[in-house]
Design a protein around this ligand. Structure first.
Ligand code: MSP
Length: 632
């Protein structure tokens, strides 16, 4: 049996899962399901990256012990993935002893082979990105990737001799042009490596949280130096040789475009140093933005997939498992894998109506109605219509090609071409007229063709929308979707019964949809009345003084003169404003917000600001006004 090993990145568990994480894991799930249906012995690995400084910081912000914090969040992630019906074979946590052992073994082997040496590091570290930067890399003194402040560090480090691998990497890329996919990412990596490679710091000193360097307890392994090794640990490294030899090398590492450097440069060099074969492919997907903005906790525009699914259930009445499928369908049909894209509920619901309710659901529903009415709910004898057989023969190789190339949106488009052809055949052959004219045989041929068509569709869609695939299969009387290997249009036995299914994807009514389109809101519950709005008091204040909040990169402590009184506001605008720029500015604040403590500091109001893709800018009155002026 051929093996297939697919991995996802392991997720930092400083927070809960959002659309980006689910997208990545679902894509691996599609690959795993597709390969299983082709008869491969699949190993699908996902998990959590727990030894990061930002994880440790998140725990301390919550006032929790780091281990207790990661245990709690790892359970959340496991449960979350389970609810999405993801079919990973293993979930690895980097705080597990099997991984600690494996990461230490790798570090030791790299050291033994002379590729790890001790040196001193003078530079910067970005905790949110868990990346080292030299002074010259910084942009306006901040992290060049995320724009946030970096920590200046000067410490003794172990370094990995990445620079020595430049030539070897380049010749590997030359010989394996589809190692890094899509092609545009290959080109980016190639030119980065071509320019120059610097050795990388591979340990931190004086940190309590992390995996100790095996021969020097003063150091912990740099989080990426341990995280990448999870791909080896997951298949039995270093103890279970049989398992390891069976699955390694990975067939594909699926990653996001932000972590290409680690996976396509550092990781291959580490494997070369270890004398291990490199993965077949690394595929970097794009990023989701939300209504045009980067997903960001501070901007609270995080899409939590389960909330979208709940909303869809509310507006359409679709069952929850099928709503989950609809979400999966949308994110992979909408966005070519590898490109960036924008999530909006409006587009999600629009696609649900068009592709799932009108096309697929309707095909099953109307076919069933006709078969029940005119053939007593049994598969009729009959020939497959030649034009439909031709279409099927035509789309099948494209479908497989697109799946092999991880072009999921194209694979789905291909299936929907076939769905369209089947729906079209009803319009062309007009079964209601065939019936009137007593053309029973022709009617039977058409119904048999539609039922066989639905049967093969259930197989083709199965990696993408597995629950819907089951409904389609049972809807034509099968126990499960036919296998993808040697799929043909001959899966049903004439005379066997089909099963009545509930309306599969009920349409969201035009009225509901246009209301959503106009207001971008899922329901009346999200609207406020004028009375409710009037409860919020806005005031203009003049900023008197500003200082940074200790240990909080984003927060500023701002004293504001609001007329009769002075108040303190804590605002998350430090990445965009230096304290001195703000003094004297007038701002609009929510004056009757319940006071709250942020990082131990009292905040007595909220400052209004506009936020865009790359900026946050505070709102000021156009002309200077009296501090304390009301805003209406
Ligand atoms: N822990 C590292 C990976 C180590 S792998 C050895 C990490 N974790 S992460 O949680 O920050 O990101 C995990 C994955 O989620 C990345 O592939 C990243 O691209 C993906 N996404 C996070 N936000 C995303 C979007 N908004 N859209 C799509 N995917 C994005 O990096």
């Amino acid at each position: 049996m051929r093996k297939y090993y697919v991995t996802t990145p392991i997720y930092y568990i400083n927070d809960k899962a959002h659309i980006g994480h689910i997208y990545c894991t679902m894509s691996a799930d599609i690959v795993a399901r597709y390969r299983r249906m082709l008869g491969y012995d699949v190993m699908f690995l996902t998990g959590t990256d727990e030894n990061a400084t930002k994880v440790e910081q998140a725990a301390s912000q919550k006032g929790m012990k780091t281990q207790a914090f990661v245990d709690e969040l790892a359970n959340h992630w496991k449960e979350y993935f389970k609810n999405f019906n993801l079919t990973h074979d293993d979930f690895i946590r980097t705080t597990e002893s099997r991984h600690i052992k494996s990461a230490q073994e790798v570090f030791k082997r790299l050291h033994d082979s002379g590729d790890i040496y001790k040196g001193s590091y003078e530079g910067h570290y970005c905790v949110p990105c868990e990346t080292y930067f030299m002074e010259s890399d910084l942009k306006d003194g901040n992290c060049p990737d995320c724009g946030r402040p970096v920590e200046k560090i000067s410490e003794e480090n172990y370094f990995f001799k990445l620079s020595e691998y430049r030539e070897k990497l380049l010749s590997y890329y030359d010989e394996h042009p589809d190692f890094i996919l899509p092609k545009k990412r290959f080109n980016e990596v190639y030119s980065t490596v071509k320019k120059k490679l610097r050795d990388v710091s591979f340990s931190r000193s004086g940190k309590e949280w992390g995996i100790p360097v095996p021969f020097d307890k003063e150091h912990t392994i740099y989080v990426w130096g341990d995280a990448l090794v999870n791909y080896l640990t997951g298949v039995g490294f270093p103890d279970d040789n049989e398992r390891f030899n069976k699955y390694w090398p990975a067939d594909i590492h699926i990653i996001g475009k932000d972590i290409i450097r680690f996976h396509c440069i550092i990781w291959p060099a580490m494997l070369m140093s270890l004398g291990l074969p490199l993965p077949e492919h690394i595929y970097a997907h794009g990023w989701w933005t939300i209504n045009g903005e980067k997903v960001s906790k501070s901007k609270s525009n995080i899409v939590r997939p389960h909330e979208e699914i709940e909303d869809l259930v509310k507006v359409s009445g679709v069952s929850e498992p099928l709503a989950r499928d609809a979400f999966r369908f949308y994110i992979f049909r909408e966005l070519p894998f590898g490109d960036d894209g924008d999530f909006s509920q409006e587009k999600f619901f629009g696609r649900y109506n068009a592709d799932l309710a009108n096309d697929l659901g309707n095909l099953l529903n109307r076919t069933q109605q006709m078969v029940f009415k005119d053939h007593s709910g049994k598969v009729p004898e009959g020939e497959i219509l030649p034009e439909i057989q031709r279409k099927f023969d035509d789309i099948l190789p494209s479908y497989h090609k697109f799946n092999e190339e991880f072009r999921f949106s194209k694979a789905l488009e291909t299936i929907w071409e076939f769905v369209g052809t089947l729906n079209g055949s009803i319009e062309i052959h007009k079964p209601w007229e065939l019936k009137k004219q007593g053309k029973i045989e022709e009617h039977g041929n058409l119904m048999r063709t539609l039922l066989e068509g639905i049967a093969v569709i259930s197989s083709l869609v199965s990696p993408f929308i597995p629950e819907s695939a089951k409904v389609l299969a049972t809807g034509v009387g099968l126990n499960e979707p036919p296998k993808l290997i040697n799929l043909n249009m001959d899966n049903l036995t004439p005379g066997s019964g089909i099963n009545k299914t509930e309306s599969m994807f009920p349409r969201i009514s035009k009225k509901r949809l246009s209301k959503l389109t106009q207001e971008g809101l899922p329901s009346d519950e999200n609207m406020v009345t004028i009375e409710e709005f009037a409860k919020i008091k806005f005031k203009i204040g003049t900023i008197l003084s500003v200082e940074n909040v200790k240990d909080a990169d984003k927060l500023l402590k701002i004293q504001v003169d609001t007329g009769k009184e002075k108040r303190q506001v804590i605002a998350g605008i430090a990445p965009w404003y230096k304290p001195e720029e703000l003094v004297g500015k007038q701002v609009c604040i929510v004056a009757n917000l319940k006071p709250a403590k942020l990082r131990g500091e009292l905040s007595e109001g909220m400052l209004l600001a506009a936020s865009g893709k790359e900026y946050v800018t505070i709102l000021s009155p156009e002309k200077k006004v009296e501090p304390g002026s009301k805003v209406k």
